[in-house]
Design a protein around this ligand. Structure first.
Ligand SMILES: [Zn+2]
Length: 269
């Protein structure tokens, strides 16, 4: 791999801003608090705690999550019901954070540019729309979902992700439960979008289950235990009961004592 960390960070940052430009970011203080807490705890125990980690919650019915080099992680509100609780969200985010820490995005970029005959000459930024599409597709966030992570990358992200879950104090069993839930949704009328890039099958589920005994032992030995954490389903049901603001009404003001993080706020562990 010949791409320096500062270059992949710059590309990840550019791709992240490009995506968020076209998305509506959630302003829900409770959900943002959970997102930042879970993401922050996982990033803090990773091998790259000092990246400029940012966590965004996108208002969308898509069931998706992605991460970009340099520590940018986004989750859609559509996947939250599948997460169900904090540990389920930790399962999603730890897998994404693991891809970042293992620098899988950069490896995909290198391979993509190498295969197209340009060696490892990866540009420092987007120079035109074709190169932008190529970079974003290689990073798994382009409109073209033709580049799923390889089985090896998925196994590494599952293994490392489960480790992060345990170190952050979340029950690792929820990883298996989350991926089983989302795997079952493949049979529905609409395949969860996350599975185009992070495919799962019986073999991957089996591999996840095989990782579990060791993860459980480490979890039992860790004095820090959140179990499943708070229920996200409860927060979502409360949100549905709240009246939608009138399009012309001013944005709600928060009491000054409230310290809920703003979307996309850098996290510094
Ligand atoms: Zn993956």
């Amino acid at each position: 791999m010949t791409v320096p960390l500062y270059q992949e960070t710059a590309l990840g940052e550019e791709a992240y801003r490009e995506i968020l430009k076209h998305e509506q970011l959630s302003q829900d203080p409770q959900l943002l608090k959970i997102l930042n807490r879970v993401g922050g705890q996982l990033a803090a125990v990773s091998a790259m705690p000092h990246l400029n980690w940012e966590f965004a919650l996108i208002e969308s019915n898509e069931r998706n999550a992605f991460a970009l080099p340099g520590g940018k992680v986004a989750v859609t509100t559509g996947i939250l019901p599948v997460c169900a609780n904090e540990a389920g969200l930790a399962a999603v985010m730890s897998h994404q954070i693991a891809h970042v820490v293992a620098r899988h995005g950069t490896e995909r970029l290198s391979r993509s540019f190498h295969n197209s005959g340009r060696g490892a000459a990866i540009p420092a930024g987007f120079s035109n729309s074709r190169n932008k599409n190529e970079i974003m597709t290689a990073l798994g966030v382009g409109p073209d979902r033709s580049m799923p992570f390889s089985q090896r990358h998925e196994f590494e992200a599952d293994d490392l992700g489960m480790n992060l879950m345990v170190q952050a104090g979340y029950d690792p069993m929820e990883t298996v439960r989350f991926w089983s839930r989302i795997n079952q949704m493949k049979r529905g009328s609409r395949v969860p979008e996350m599975l185009f890039i992070h495919p799962i099958d019986a073999r991957r589920l089996e591999d996840l289950r095989r990782l579990l005994p060791k993860a459980n032992r480490a979890y039992q030995a860790n004095p820090l235990k959140h179990g499943l954490g708070r229920s996200i389903l409860y927060l979502l049901s409360r949100r549905q009961l709240m009246p939608k603001p009138h399009p012309l009404s001013p944005p709600p003001t928060r009491p000054s004592s409230e310290t809920a993080p703003t979307p996309g706020t850098p996290f510094n562990p």
